[in-house]
Design a protein around this ligand. Structure first.
Ligand code: SF4
Ligand code: SF4
Length: 219
């Protein structure tokens, strides 16, 4: 970088001098009126073009043709086509018997960077092993649609495959989705599902051989 105090040859002061504008405002420019009328003319031209000329309903704004230059998508009459990779809102995946596949392990709530998943776990009265979510809520307004909850879930119990987005609401609380709104869609079953492997829901006997012996307790 050159030193600003460095002398420049060929200038009266010997230092660099920025070029000065030769333009002098005329009385017409200082009156502002021509500029005001010019601006009104441009705005009117666009207004009447958009008001009277037909509008290409193509939702792809850049591909629109015609005299109307409006670029607003008239949602919900017009809906843009989502890209193929669009995830959509969450759903809790049901089992074939209609219960949620979720076993309330809290992994999704733990990994969620927006801290917008709230779970309360419960136990089935006839099954002492399995848990299920008594409450499972997602604050969709806080959600950043990162999909980490889907990745973290060990039971394929939460998916973002609905292809829908959040509907506008008037009440903040209406955007918190509970099980009643999340549990929907096609039921999913995997061969590895433990509820297919167990013969009964009875607790294991006390003398059952555990694959991993308990660690000694430090005293
Ligand atoms: S998509 Fe991301 S931000 Fe939204 S609930 Fe899942 S983990 Fe949280
Ligand atoms: S990670 Fe899956 S199984 Fe665990 S609480 Fe979340 S949705 Fe339920």
């Amino acid at each position: 970088m050159s030193d600003p105090k460095e002398k420049t040859e060929g200038t009266p002061s010997g230092y660099y001098e920025a070029p000065q504008s030769e333009q002098v405002d005329t009385a017409q420019e200082r009156a502002y009126l021509p500029g005001i009328f010019k601006g009104i003319g441009v705005a009117s031209k666009h207004f009447f073009r958009n008001f009277f000329l037909g509008r290409d309903p193509n939702v792809d704004i850049l591909a629109r043709k015609g005299g109307n230059m409006m670029t607003t998508v008239q949602y919900p009459e017009e809906k843009p086509i989502y890209p193929p990779g669009y995830r959509g809102m969450h759903r809790l995946v049901p089992r074939e018997d209609g219960k949620p596949r979720c076993v309330a392990c809290y992994l999704c709530a733990t990994i969620c960077p927006a801290q917008c998943i709230y779970i309360e776990a419960g136990e089935y009265p006839d099954d002492p092993i399995e848990k299920f979510p008594v409450r499972f809520e997602i604050d969709e307004l806080r959600c950043v649609v990162c999909g980490l909850c889907v990745e973290a879930c060990p039971k394929d119990a939460i998916r973002m495959d609905t292809g829908t987005h959040c509907k506008p609401v008037y009440d903040r609380q209406d955007i918190v989705y509970g099980i009643d709104r999340l549990l929907k869609g096609t039921a999913v079953a995997h061969e590895s599902d433990v509820w297919f492997k167990r013969d009964s829901s009875d607790p294991p006997p006390d003398d059952a051989v555990h694959p991993i012996p308990p660690l000694p307790i430090a005293k």
